[in-house]
Design a binder for this molecule. Sequence first.
Ligand code: KG4
Ligand code: ZN
Length: 351
Amino acid sequence: MKILAIETSCDETAAAVVENGVKIISNVVASSKEMHEKYGGIVPEVAARMQLESIIPVITESLKQAKLNYQSIDSLAVTVGPGLIGSLLVGVETAKTMAFVLNKPIIPVNHVLAHMYANFVSSSEQNSSRAESRDNIQFPAISLVVSGGHTELYLMKSPKKLAWLGGTLDDAAGECFDKAARLLGFGHGGGLAIQNAAAEYQGSSIENRVRLPRPMLDKKNALNFSFSGLKTAILREVNNRKENQQFNHVTIQQLAFEVQETITDVLVKKTLLAAQKYTAKSILLSGGVSANTRLREKFMIHNSLFPIHVPPPALCTDNAVYIGSYAYFRGKQEDWKTITAVPDFSVEVSL
Ligand code: KG4
Ligand code: ZN
């Protein structure tokens, strides 16, 4: 079954063809990130306008790469939420129109739940160990979805059976990385800019370390997250350094390092707690923040206890491949006439 998947929830316009939920036939992503750089953040109207300009070329290219025509696909899949309404509408209306004109089934997809299915796919170019990775995923699995807008933990009993365990009570981990990047002068560079600056940091003596708060490590909130306090703490540290004329190359690197250590500590600790609590047989990571090399490193330490699955970095950030995979494993066809964009689509599913 070949699914043509479309993803337009934020500032990426993406289309992919995925076969039987596991094989990437094509994968095209256009981003309007640079457009937003000069405004210091995503401007929804600009993102929506760029979606409109990119959607047809991106879909056309994904079919061209797949060497398929419109009629040879079996089904459409489209992100309906959560996301920015203007951006979502472009993908949803395009997919609905295609379903009507081509007389093909269409599957609406929850973007956040779909992220974790990036662990199930492989392309023919990828080596055989990755190509087999889906068969290697043991259930029950604990799945951490950590992106720009979400930080959620799930119990995955099978590719179809998901239960939400907890999530952020305020800001997402990615949002905290993004805010820290802006405060440290990296503009719209996000978590990747923090990762790069942290990698440059040469380390310092223990007494020089900035200890940023690691919130919600108490029992009651064991599987929930909170990152807004951390954002404030970073702001305070930046302001202190600026006031004392100590905001320089080295202190910026040091703060980047501490921000990354703090966020990754919390993510690892809570995911492991969930894995122990539910006697998980594996851990799945996904979402843009799971591209972070330090996070991957910290998780890998526990690989012998809980085998860790994490997609290649390009499949961690937004794309349409995992939309197609989710649609295959967990999606339900709907009449195109009833499908609408749902900007606040809930991610709190139960078994
Ligand atoms: O999944 P994604 O592409 O979009 C959403 O659905 O939100 O995630 C984007 C987030 C941004 O916050 C970005 O800063 C973060 O993922 N990110 C990273 C890295 N690459 C992307 N955070 C930390 N380290 C990275 N290497
Ligand atoms: Zn995403």
